[in-house]
Ligand binder design. Structure first.
Ligand SMILES: [Zn+2]
Length: 290
C-alpha cells in the first residue's frame, strides 16, 4: 500500500529544499539550506540532517530529486555539473543514513512529473518540459508515465558546430548554449553592454529575445518529432519571465520543424508549480515507489 505521507527533497546547485508532502501533492512543512559542496560525503550527511529536521512521524519514504544523470538499473547517480555527486549509489547511501525507503530521480524529471500530475501538464498524456534557468533541464512524460531515462533535453544539438555549451558539457550548439538564462545574459551583454543581464532583455522586451525564441522553437519542433508530445511546458526563472516573448517567437520554427499535424496543435504552456515542482515530483515518485 502506498504511504500517505513522504518527504520530497530538491537538491539544487545553490540550495536544498525539503518538505513533507501528502498523497495529493500538498506541501506541508519545508526546510531550506544552502548546498554543501565541500565533498560528496559532507553533502550526503547534510542531506540526511536536513531530512531529520522535519517531523518523521508517519513518514516511510523519502524522494530525492538530484541534478545528475541516473543509472536506474545499477542504482547509481553518475555525475552532476555543479555539486560533488559522482558514481555514487545515492539511494543506498541515503537509506543507510535515514533508515527510510529512498527513491531518486533526476531533478528536472521530478519537476516534469509534478507539472504533469498537478500543474500545467494536467489533462494530457504526452508532454515534455523545458526548464530555462542557469542551464536547461528537461523531462518527458509518455503515455501518462514519466520517461525515466536521461532526458537531457538541454543538451541536444540545434546548431551544428555552434556556440560552446556550459559547465562540464563539451558539446556545441546545444539548447543550453542558446536558450538558458546564462545564454540570454551573453546576448544581453552583446546587445546592451557588459553589465547587462537576461533580466534587462525581458524588462525591455528586447527584440533579441526573438532570436532566442526561434532557437527554442527549433528545439521544440525536433523534440516533438521524437516524443510525440501534445503539450510543452516551459519553466525555470528565465523561461517563465520571458515566456510571453519567447513562445510567440518560437511558433514559426515549431510549425516548420515538427511534422504535421503536431506543430499546429501543440500547446505550449508556462509551468505552474514554481520552485516547489522538484520537491513535489520527488515526493510523488517516493509515494509511487511503495
Ligand atoms: Zn551541452
Amino acid at each position: 500500500m502506498a504511504a500517505a505521507r513522504v518527504i520530497g527533497v530538491d537538491l539544487g546547485g545553490t540550495k536544498i529544499l525539503a518538505g513533507i508532502v501528502d498523497a495529493d501533492g500538498t506541501v506541508h512543512e519545508t526546510v531550506e539550506r544552502p548546498t554543501v559542496t565541500t565533498s560528496q560525503a559532507a553533502l550526503l550527511d547534510e542531506l540526511a540532517s536536513i531530512v531529520r529536521e522535519l517531523p518523521l512521524d508517519g513518514i516511510d519514504a523519502v524522494g530525492f530529486g538530484i541534478p545528475s544523470r541516473i543509472d536506474h538499473a545499477a542504482g547509481v547517480a553518475l555525475g552532476a555539473v555543479n555539486i560533488p555527486i559522482r558514481d555514487v549509489r545515492f539511494a543506498e547511501e541515503m537509506q543507510k543514513r535515514l533508515e527510510l525507503r529512498v527513491e531518486m530521480e533526476n531533478d528536472a524529471s521530478c519537476a516534469a512529473y509534478a507539472e504533469f500530475r498537478l500543474g500545467a501538464g494536467r489533462g494530457c498524456t504526452d508532454m515534455l518540459t523545458l526548464t530555462l534557468g542557469t542551464g536547461v533541464g528537461g523531462g518527458v512524460v509518455s503515455g501518462g508515465r514519466l520517461f525515466r531515462a536521461y532526458t537531457e533535453l538541454g543538451h541536444i544539438v540545434i546548431v551544428e558546430d555552434g556556440e560552446p555549451c556550459q559547465g562540464a558539457c563539451s558539446g556545441r550548439g546545444h539548447v543550453e548554449s542558446y536558450c538558458s538564462g546564462s545564454a540570454a545574459t551573453r546576448v544581453a551583454q552583446r546587445v546592451l553592454g557588459p553589465e547587462a543581464t537576461a533580466r534587462d532583455l525581458v524588462e525591455q522586451r528586447h527584440p533579441a529575445l526573438r532570436e532566442i525564441g526561434h532557437h527554442l522553437g527549433v528545439a521544440i519542433g525536433s523534440l516533438v518529432n521524437v516524443f510525440g508530445s501534445t503539450r510543452v511546458v516551459i519553466g525555470g526563472g528565465f523561461g517563465i519571465a520571458a515566456f510571453d516573448q519567447l513562445v510567440p517567437a518560437s511558433r514559426g520554427a515549431v510549425l516548420r520543424e515538427a511534422l504535421a499535424p503536431s506543430g499546429q496543435s501543440l500547446e505550449i504552456e508556462p509551468a505552474q508549480l514554481a520552485n516547489e515542482a522538484g520537491l513535489i515530483g520527488a515526493a510523488l515518485i517516493a509515494l509511487e515507489g511503495a
